[in-house]
Design a protein around this ligand. Sequence first.
Ligand SMILES: Cc1ncc(COP(=O)(O)O)c(C=O)c1O
Length: 398
Amino acid sequence: MSTPGTSTPLAFVDDELAALRARGLYRWPRELAGEQAPVCVYDGRRVVNLCSNNYLGLANHARLKEAARRAIDVYGVGSGAVRTIAGNMAIHQILERRLAAFKRTEAALLYQSGFTANAGTVAALLGKDDVVVSDELNHASIIDGCRLSGAERKIFPHKDIAAARRCLEEARGARRVLLITDGVFSMDGDLAPLPQLTTLAREFGAIMMVDDAHASGVVGAAGRGTVEHFGLHGKVDIQVGTLSKAWACLGGYVAGSRPLVEFLMNRARPLLFSTSHPPSVAATALAALDLIEEAPDLIARLWDNTRYFKTGLGELGFDTGASETPITPVMIGDESEAMRFSDRLFEAGVFALGIAYPTVPRGKARVRTIVTAGHTRDDLAQALDVCGRVGREMRLIR
Ligand SMILES: Cc1ncc(COP(=O)(O)O)c(C=O)c1O
């Protein structure tokens, strides 16, 4: 430890880093050389990549690259300002209209990221006289939005409808109540019980909000998300999506009613105080949306690969938890064992991230895998072979 009065004001940074290293929690991400792809080079090693959210394999698609190049030629490289000042470009609005149509809502509003869409929206909607009722495994951007809002937080155990009901009962009398859930939970790959939550929200007059970051372009027959999957169009007040995952570029959005969008444009701080997307990002997202709408076989291929890989892991004897989507965790439990499994996989040619506390609860460490539509059967067969071999060597499976 540094001695007070004798160290620089940032000496605590060294102390914190030393503590992280001592607990085996220090991280520095692996470096990707070249493009994001199903098989690519990280830290100088060619690996099957099971870590990206590039669900549909669009990150290096020729049509998206061409759209970005064309937008730079036509509109330049930057929007020049915050959206609400002078950075509201026509292409942003075109994308919003297309996203609203895709999500079957009246309107949509772009944010710079999925993170700011969640945090900015929750913080704009709620204040200290309000209550937010939130699943314990909701994404950090929702948690931060709840904190920023100053609203009272009531957290219910994961997917526990009875507990959510109790929270809503306790919230009676608050000025506003928001019931919020991830659509697909990012560390477990399971789906929210959205029909039951939506019914509860109706019963208690709460606003229903779902974060479909991992569901948009992935879940539902046309990839419209959990609202489509559960047949809930028109019943969920606020849907958040990202453009950073299946859309393979960057950004987030809220889809909902026109008044909601107008309210957020006037109140959400990321829109009031942070510059809007470069036009090439909006053009890339439009090209991705074209492909998603034109080629449903992309989503079908993602799910084919998901079934193949998930079944393969199960047959090898791995526990894949409660996953129902392309996010498939290999549950390990012990934290250092999960990290060692991830490292050994990497050495053998498979990149799958070890995830431990505090990202997931203690004792629930895992190696998370995500397949994409871009993986070939050979890529996935090779990955399964490596998982099996390393798993047996480490006595995780027999
Ligand atoms: C569930 C969930 N919501 C929101 C986000 C944030 O999205 P973005 O990366 O577009 O900021 C993520 C992850 O990145 C996520 O996993």
